[in-house]
Each structure stands twice: as structure tokens, then as C-alpha cells.
Design a protein around this ligand. Structure first.
Ligand SMILES: O=P(O)(O)OC[C@H]1O[C@@H](O)[C@H](O)[C@@H](O)[C@@H]1O
Length: 269
């Protein structure tokens, strides 16, 4: 397993992360674990299935570099800070091989009493402008995916990545999971709620314009060797993302995006 760092917030809020990928692996809050981490996650240097992988500078296969970018499979530097876990990534030979720009990225993970804030900052240290995509690929722990719903996207059109990127009109209903769901919703600057029948979590983003919702469903999950049998039932990925309109930064400019998860209630959704 990768070495982990711990940070306690007020109450019982406690986060665990690793410098490998600057990835949060666990967030315990109000008596229970809020993130899903696969017990079969590959810890040999591949992307870790679970927690909050940082997707940068490319989303999925939408670019020439490694799938979902290189940030999730590189070890970031850590910086001491009494209130948050802070990670830094600067361009180096391994990044320039895939993406020829000088940059600095920072990831802050801050546990609050009933919330977790994760902030990604990207700075253009190059002499040329560059474009990138990014996402915080959050694996939220749910009791049962069959009971899970994502509320707040009812009136938004989406790109259906499970059907070759087909554009789809608003569904008019909360997102439910009866099989593979893989959607990119554009322009979702609003409060989302994730419920699983028993628990409710508020999901908010700053800076990120899009939201990705993903669960592989039984069939696809069976082909994922780093998921336990039926592991797909225990998570839903809701991702604060900037995918459809990549960020363009001029030399010297900085972009910031954040995702805030808040535990709203343990019952009665
Ligand atoms: O298996 P990976 O590379 O971590 O990707 C997981 C999923 O990540 C999601 O963000 C994508 O929308 C899915 O298409 C993808 O399958």
C-alpha cells in the first residue's frame, strides 16, 4: 500500500490521503466512511480505484496523453500545513513527455466538521498558453447503487459516454442506476444531492463547470480486475469536472476549482 497522511478536522471528520496522485483515500465523518476505496485497488503504481483521483491534464481518452491524465499516477510533493493536506506537482521529465508545458498544480484537502473541501489550482509557468481538462473523480460510498439517486441534474442535457458520446436531452428525473451510467453534464453550477435511501450528501463545485456521473454497472464491472465482485454496488462517482470546454491559461495565469461534500443527514431522504 502507498504511505498515507492523515488530517483530522473538527468533530470526527478525518481524511486520509496519499502523495501518489495526491489522492484522498478515506473520509470518515459523522460516524461512517464517506468514500469508497476498492479492497482490490492496484497499489503497484497504476491508478488507484477509489477515493478521489485527480484527473489532469486530460479527461478519459479525450487527448493524446495517458487516459485521465498523468496526475493520478505520479507522486506529488507534500507541504506541511496545520489545517489541510497540501500536495504540489510541477512539470518534470515524466510530465513533459506527455504534455510539453511548464506548470504548477496544487491540491488541498481540508476536512471540516461535516464537510470535505478539495481544491485544485493550476498555474501556467510556461511562455506559451496551454489548455487542460480536469476532474475530481470522487468515489462516493453508497449503501446500494440500486437505491442511489443523484438529484439536481434533472433539467440538464448530457453527453452519454456509455453510448459513444451521444448528446441527450434532459431526463426530467434524478439519475438512477440500473446498469452502466456514464454521463457528462454541462454547465452544472448548482447544488447536487446524492441519496442512497439512508444517507444524503450535498455536492457543490466551484470553478468546475461540468459534472460527470459514472457507475460501471454489473457487466462492465465484471471486467474491472481492481473491483471486488459486486463492488460496483457500493459506489457512485460524481465528479466536479471541466471537460467539455477545456481551461485555457495564458502564461502567468492561474485557475482554481473546488469540490465541497457536505454530510446533510443520516436518515430520511
Ligand atoms: O477506469 P478509469 O480509467 O479509472 O475510468 C473510470 C471511468 O471514469 C469516468 O470518469 C469516465 O466517464 C468513464 O468513462 C470511465 O470508465
Amino acid at each position: 500500500m502507498h504511505n498515507t497522511l492523515l488530517m483530522s478536522g473538527p468533530g470526527d471528520s478525518r481524511v486520509e490521503a496519499t502523495a501518489f496522485g495526491a489522492q484522498a483515500l478515506s473520509w470518515h465523518c459523522r460516524g461512517r466512511e464517506r468514500l469508497y476505496l476498492s479492497p482490490r485497488a492496484d497499489v503497484s503504481g497504476a491508478a488507484i480505484r477509489g477515493g478521489v483521483p485527480v484527473i489532469f491534464p486530460q479527461f478519459a481518452a479525450r487527448g493524446p496523453g495517458p487516459r485521465h491524465g498523468f496526475a493520478r499516477t505520479l507522486t506529488w510533493e507534500t507541504e506541511p500545513d496545520p489545517e489541510r493536506l497540501r500536495f504540489r506537482l510541477r512539470d518534470r521529465e515524466e510530465t513533459r513527455r506527455h504534455w510539453p508545458y511548464r506548470f504548477g498544480a496544487e491540491l488541498d484537502v481540508e476536512p471540516g466538521e461535516d464537510r470535505l473541501r478539495i481544491t485544485l489550482t493550476v498555474h501556467n509557468a510556461d511562455a506559451d498558453p496551454f489548455e487542460f481538462s480536469a476532474a475530481l473523480h470522487t468515489y462516493l460510498a453508497v449503501g446500494d447503487i440500486a437505491e442511489t439517486q443523484v438529484h439536481g441534474l434533472e433539467d440538464r442535457p448530457y453527453i452519454d459516454s456509455a453510448r459513444g458520446g451521444a448528446p441527450c436531452p434532459p431526463s426530467g428525473a434524478p439519475v438512477r442506476f440500473g446498469g452502466e451510467v456514464d454521463r457528462i453534464y454541462a454547465d452544472t453550477r448548482r447544488l447536487l444531492r446524492v441519496t442512497d435511501g439512508e444517507h444524503m450528501l450535498r455536492f457543490e463545485a466551484e470553478g468546475f463547470a461540468d459534472t460527470v456521473v459514472w457507475n460501471p454497472g454489473a457487466e462492465l464491472a465484471a471486467g474491472l480486475s481492481d473491483l471486488e465482485p459486486d463492488g460496483y454496488r457500493r459506489f457512485v462517482c460524481v465528479e466536479a469536472a471541466q471537460v467539455l470546454q477545456p481551461v485555457r491559461l495564458q502564461p502567468g495565469q492561474t485557475w482554481t476549482g473546488a469540490q465541497i461534500l457536505t454530510v446533510q443527514s443520516n436518515r430520511g431522504c
